[in-house]
Design a protein around this ligand. Sequence first.
Ligand SMILES: Nc1nc2c(ncn2[C@@H]2O[C@H](COP(=O)(O)OP(=O)(O)OP(=O)(O)O)[C@@H](O)[C@H]2O)c(=O)[nH]1
Ligand SMILES: [Mg+2]
Length: 278
Amino acid sequence: MSLFKRLFSAVKSGTTSQADWDEIRSNLIDSDLGVKLVDEVIAIAKDSKPYDAQRAISAQISSWLSTKSREIAAPSDGLAPILLVGVNGVGKTTTCAKIANLLQKNDYKVMLAAADTFRAAAVDQLQSWGDRLNIEVVSGKPNSDPASVVFEATSAAITAKCDYLIIDTAGRLHTKQGLMDELGKVIRVVQKQQPVKEILLVIDATTGQNGIKQALTYIEAVDVTGFIITKLDGTAKGAIALAIERASGLPIKFIGVGEQVTDLQPFDPEKFIKSLFT
Ligand SMILES: Nc1nc2c(ncn2[C@@H]2O[C@H](COP(=O)(O)OP(=O)(O)OP(=O)(O)O)[C@@H](O)[C@H]2O)c(=O)[nH]1
Ligand SMILES: [Mg+2]
């Protein structure tokens, strides 16, 4: 990710001009860290001794991160329903398949629910992942009520004694109140049968600072338990991960690093912070 490589060399060299500092600052702002965090990290860097700069900056970044668990909730009371939510095109459907695959590889019994009933292609997309992974997909008729699909899927998953039900929802702009209300209804319908274990907000790393707005608006509307940051393979803008945790206090649970089903990694803060310096 190399986000702080330049900053770190500047501290190590000890002879950085104001013009250089200005350039470093503007590069960091372009990386979507946000002005406030950029100024915080530059202040720490300027105050550090060269031999101690990496430790001091890392400690500062660590203090921005969520202290909540990054594990996926265990299916401790029977079926664990997990919803993936987020704006259009961020990678929800693909990530449902990735998580289903990961859980299945860990010997859990998994079912998928296609609650994006707006587009016929959305159901087909999830169904084709289900076929490839040999995982059952529950879906409804086109344009049917997503809440009724989810109700049926939850019953089916309980009857089949599944450990996890991964629910793919339609992309919805955080600014569209009607769509957010509908999401609330979908969640309540699951909740009637089984406690929802995770509501994971999927955010595209390439969307920039708007990702923070999405996070904060979704958190107000529903009980988001964590984030998945996708498309980190195609961008140098990983700083959004830091900014989102700092703004929300909630943990990133996974990162998406490609379009294949295995391109999902747990978010490892230590490894991530280390990668910012090299
Ligand atoms: N490079 C890259 N592409 C990804 C990643 N995750 C998803 N994609 C791609 O992003 C595009 C959109 O993915 P979808 O899973 O359909 O996104 P969605 O959020 O379900 O979209 P809607 O249902 O339309 O809201 C697809 O081409 C995916 O292959 C990722 O981590 N890296
Ligand atoms: Mg989708």
